[in-house]
Design a protein around this ligand. Sequence first.
Ligand SMILES: [Zn+2]
Ligand SMILES: [Zn+2]
Length: 239
Amino acid sequence: MDSTLARWPTGLIPVRGLMSVMHLLIDATGVVILDTGLPPDASRITLAIAHAGLGPRDVRAIILTHGHLDHAGGTAELKEWCGAPVYAHSLDQPHLDGTAQVRGRARIGAALEAAGRAMFRYRPGKIDAPLADGEELPFWGGLRVVHLPGHTLGHCGFYSAKHDLLFTADLWARFMMVVQVSPPIFTAAPELVAPSFRKARALGARRIVPNHYGKPDALRLRRSFENLCDTMEKRVPVV
Ligand SMILES: [Zn+2]
Ligand SMILES: [Zn+2]
Protein backbone atom coordinates (compact mmCIF):
# COMPACT_ATOMS: atom_id res chain seq x y z
CA MET A 1 0.00 0.00 0.00
CA ASP A 2 1.09 3.56 -0.69
CA SER A 3 2.64 4.63 2.60
CA THR A 4 1.12 8.11 2.29
CA LEU A 5 -2.29 6.48 2.48
CA ALA A 6 -1.53 4.30 5.47
CA ARG A 7 -3.99 4.88 8.24
CA TRP A 8 -1.29 4.64 10.86
CA PRO A 9 2.42 5.23 10.35
CA THR A 10 4.94 2.60 11.27
CA GLY A 11 6.98 3.54 14.31
CA LEU A 12 4.07 5.23 16.08
CA ILE A 13 3.03 3.12 19.05
CA PRO A 14 -0.05 4.20 21.03
CA VAL A 15 0.14 3.29 24.72
CA ARG A 16 -3.31 3.37 26.26
CA GLY A 17 -3.23 4.87 29.76
CA LEU A 18 -5.92 5.11 32.42
CA MET A 19 -7.26 8.33 30.87
CA SER A 20 -5.23 9.39 27.85
CA VAL A 21 -3.29 7.74 25.05
CA MET A 22 0.47 8.25 25.21
CA HIS A 23 2.71 7.65 22.21
CA LEU A 24 6.09 6.13 21.48
CA LEU A 25 7.85 7.48 18.39
CA ILE A 26 10.30 4.87 17.21
CA ASP A 27 12.89 4.92 14.43
CA ALA A 28 16.43 3.66 13.87
CA THR A 29 17.82 6.30 16.24
CA GLY A 30 15.78 5.20 19.25
CA VAL A 31 12.50 6.10 20.90
CA VAL A 32 10.82 9.31 22.02
CA ILE A 33 8.14 9.26 24.72
CA LEU A 34 5.35 11.69 23.85
CA ASP A 35 3.40 12.29 27.07
CA THR A 36 3.76 10.24 30.24
CA GLY A 37 0.13 9.70 31.34
CA LEU A 38 -1.11 9.51 34.91
CA PRO A 39 1.53 8.44 37.46
CA PRO A 40 0.56 4.71 37.30
CA ASP A 41 0.85 4.82 33.47
CA ALA A 42 4.66 5.10 33.62
CA SER A 43 4.94 1.31 33.94
CA ARG A 44 2.80 0.87 30.82
CA ILE A 45 5.31 2.97 28.91
CA THR A 46 8.36 1.06 30.14
CA LEU A 47 6.57 -2.21 29.26
CA ALA A 48 5.73 -0.96 25.76
CA ILE A 49 9.35 0.10 25.23
CA ALA A 50 10.54 -3.36 26.33
CA HIS A 51 7.95 -4.94 24.05
CA ALA A 52 9.49 -2.99 21.15
CA GLY A 53 12.86 -4.54 22.01
CA LEU A 54 14.26 -1.31 23.45
CA GLY A 55 15.46 -0.17 26.86
CA PRO A 56 16.01 3.00 28.91
CA ARG A 57 19.22 3.89 27.09
CA ASP A 58 17.33 4.03 23.78
CA VAL A 59 15.08 6.85 25.00
CA ARG A 60 16.19 10.10 23.34
CA ALA A 61 13.62 12.45 24.83
CA ILE A 62 10.50 12.77 26.91
CA ILE A 63 8.20 15.32 25.28
CA LEU A 64 5.09 16.69 26.96
CA THR A 65 2.18 18.18 25.02
CA HIS A 66 1.10 19.99 28.20
CA GLY A 67 1.24 19.76 31.96
CA HIS A 68 -2.13 18.22 32.89
CA LEU A 69 -1.87 15.29 35.25
CA ASP A 70 -3.14 12.70 32.74
CA HIS A 71 -0.37 13.71 30.30
CA ALA A 72 2.59 14.55 32.51
CA GLY A 73 1.95 12.47 35.64
CA GLY A 74 4.65 9.87 35.01
CA THR A 75 7.36 12.36 34.03
CA ALA A 76 9.48 12.25 37.22
CA GLU A 77 9.44 8.44 37.31
CA LEU A 78 10.29 8.03 33.61
CA LYS A 79 13.04 10.64 33.83
CA GLU A 80 14.61 8.65 36.69
CA TRP A 81 14.26 5.45 34.67
CA CYS A 82 15.88 6.63 31.44
CA GLY A 83 17.61 9.96 32.18
CA ALA A 84 16.38 11.51 28.93
CA PRO A 85 15.72 15.28 28.86
CA VAL A 86 12.15 16.51 29.34
CA TYR A 87 10.86 18.85 26.62
CA ALA A 88 7.78 21.02 27.19
CA HIS A 89 6.65 24.63 26.93
CA SER A 90 7.84 26.56 29.97
CA LEU A 91 4.39 28.12 30.48
CA ASP A 92 3.26 24.68 31.68
CA GLN A 93 5.88 24.24 34.42
CA PRO A 94 3.30 25.57 36.97
CA HIS A 95 0.97 22.73 35.92
CA LEU A 96 3.75 20.23 36.56
CA ASP A 97 4.37 21.87 39.93
CA GLY A 98 0.67 21.92 40.82
CA THR A 99 0.77 25.71 41.24
CA ALA A 100 -0.98 26.84 38.03
CA GLN A 101 -3.38 29.75 38.57
CA VAL A 102 -6.55 29.27 36.53
CA ARG A 103 -9.82 31.18 36.42
CA GLY A 104 -13.51 30.51 35.92
CA ARG A 105 -14.66 26.96 35.37
CA ALA A 106 -11.08 25.76 34.90
CA ARG A 107 -10.82 25.91 38.70
CA ILE A 108 -13.03 22.80 38.83
CA GLY A 109 -10.54 20.93 36.64
CA ALA A 110 -7.66 22.21 38.78
CA ALA A 111 -9.40 20.86 41.93
CA LEU A 112 -9.83 17.45 40.26
CA GLU A 113 -6.14 17.46 39.35
CA ALA A 114 -5.15 18.36 42.92
CA ALA A 115 -7.17 15.37 44.17
CA GLY A 116 -5.48 13.16 41.55
CA ARG A 117 -2.01 14.34 42.58
CA ALA A 118 -2.74 13.39 46.19
CA MET A 119 -4.33 10.06 45.30
CA PHE A 120 -1.46 8.96 43.03
CA ARG A 121 1.29 10.45 45.25
CA TYR A 122 2.41 12.50 42.26
CA ARG A 123 5.95 13.85 42.14
CA PRO A 124 6.46 16.95 39.96
CA GLY A 125 8.45 16.61 36.77
CA LYS A 126 10.87 19.31 35.68
CA ILE A 127 11.24 20.74 32.19
CA ASP A 128 14.87 20.47 31.02
CA ALA A 129 14.42 21.85 27.51
CA PRO A 130 11.77 24.60 27.07
CA LEU A 131 10.00 24.45 23.71
CA ALA A 132 9.42 27.41 21.39
CA ASP A 133 6.76 27.69 18.70
CA GLY A 134 8.13 26.69 15.29
CA GLU A 135 11.20 24.97 16.71
CA GLU A 136 12.27 21.86 14.79
CA LEU A 137 13.15 18.95 17.05
CA PRO A 138 15.58 16.34 15.67
CA PHE A 139 13.34 13.36 16.50
CA TRP A 140 11.35 10.87 14.39
CA GLY A 141 12.58 12.43 11.16
CA GLY A 142 11.83 15.97 12.40
CA LEU A 143 9.11 17.25 14.69
CA ARG A 144 7.99 20.87 14.57
CA VAL A 145 6.66 22.45 17.75
CA VAL A 146 3.23 23.98 17.15
CA HIS A 147 2.19 26.10 20.12
CA LEU A 148 -1.60 25.70 20.44
CA PRO A 149 -2.51 27.63 23.61
CA GLY A 150 -5.97 27.59 25.15
CA HIS A 151 -6.34 24.19 26.83
CA THR A 152 -3.31 25.28 28.86
CA LEU A 153 -1.13 28.30 28.11
CA GLY A 154 1.81 26.12 27.13
CA HIS A 155 -0.20 23.47 25.25
CA CYS A 156 1.71 22.28 22.16
CA GLY A 157 1.04 20.12 19.14
CA PHE A 158 3.79 18.51 17.07
CA TYR A 159 3.94 18.36 13.28
CA SER A 160 5.79 15.67 11.37
CA ALA A 161 6.25 16.58 7.70
CA LYS A 162 7.82 13.17 7.08
CA HIS A 163 4.71 11.34 8.28
CA ASP A 164 2.25 14.06 7.16
CA LEU A 165 0.92 13.98 10.71
CA LEU A 166 -0.07 16.48 13.37
CA PHE A 167 -0.30 15.53 17.01
CA THR A 168 -3.07 17.85 18.23
CA ALA A 169 -2.81 16.86 21.93
CA ASP A 170 -5.90 18.10 23.84
CA LEU A 171 -6.99 20.77 21.38
CA TRP A 172 -9.89 18.39 20.80
CA ALA A 173 -10.74 14.85 21.83
CA ARG A 174 -12.72 11.84 20.76
CA PHE A 175 -13.98 10.66 24.11
CA MET A 176 -16.67 8.00 24.68
CA MET A 177 -17.49 8.14 20.94
CA VAL A 178 -18.12 11.90 21.18
CA VAL A 179 -15.94 14.36 19.30
CA GLN A 180 -15.51 17.48 21.37
CA VAL A 181 -13.50 20.65 21.88
CA SER A 182 -11.43 20.91 25.05
CA PRO A 183 -14.11 21.12 27.81
CA PRO A 184 -14.38 24.40 29.81
CA ILE A 185 -13.27 22.82 33.10
CA PHE A 186 -9.99 21.84 31.43
CA THR A 187 -9.46 25.02 29.41
CA ALA A 188 -7.23 27.72 30.87
CA ALA A 189 -7.83 30.37 28.18
CA PRO A 190 -11.03 29.72 26.15
CA GLU A 191 -10.45 32.78 23.95
CA LEU A 192 -7.30 31.18 22.53
CA VAL A 193 -8.94 27.90 21.46
CA ALA A 194 -10.46 29.03 18.13
CA PRO A 195 -7.21 30.65 16.88
CA SER A 196 -5.34 27.47 17.84
CA PHE A 197 -7.82 25.40 15.81
CA ARG A 198 -7.20 27.58 12.78
CA LYS A 199 -3.45 27.35 13.25
CA ALA A 200 -3.59 23.54 13.50
CA ARG A 201 -5.87 23.16 10.49
CA ALA A 202 -3.75 25.48 8.35
CA LEU A 203 -0.89 22.97 8.49
CA GLY A 204 -3.00 20.66 6.31
CA ALA A 205 -1.66 17.41 7.76
CA ARG A 206 -3.29 14.30 6.29
CA ARG A 207 -3.06 12.45 9.57
CA ILE A 208 -4.35 13.85 12.85
CA VAL A 209 -3.61 12.19 16.18
CA PRO A 210 -5.06 13.59 19.43
CA ASN A 211 -4.47 12.19 22.94
CA HIS A 212 -7.95 10.84 23.67
CA TYR A 213 -9.38 8.52 21.03
CA GLY A 214 -10.55 4.98 20.41
CA LYS A 215 -9.45 3.35 17.18
CA PRO A 216 -5.97 4.26 15.91
CA ASP A 217 -7.05 5.47 12.47
CA ALA A 218 -5.38 8.79 11.71
CA LEU A 219 -7.44 9.43 8.56
CA ARG A 220 -10.73 8.92 10.39
CA LEU A 221 -9.45 11.10 13.22
CA ARG A 222 -8.61 13.78 10.67
CA ARG A 223 -12.19 13.71 9.35
CA SER A 224 -13.48 14.15 12.90
CA PHE A 225 -11.09 17.06 13.41
CA GLU A 226 -12.11 18.73 10.12
CA ASN A 227 -15.81 18.40 10.97
CA LEU A 228 -15.17 19.94 14.36
CA CYS A 229 -13.22 22.80 12.71
CA ASP A 230 -16.18 23.45 10.38
CA THR A 231 -18.56 23.55 13.36
CA MET A 232 -16.22 25.93 15.20
CA GLU A 233 -15.99 28.27 12.19
CA LYS A 234 -19.79 28.51 12.05
CA ARG A 235 -19.92 29.36 15.73
CA VAL A 236 -16.95 31.67 15.98
CA PRO A 237 -16.60 34.50 13.46
CA VAL A 238 -13.11 34.93 12.02
CA VAL A 239 -11.57 38.12 13.39
ZN1 LIG B 1 -5.27 18.23 29.06
ZN1 LIG C 1 -6.08 15.01 28.33
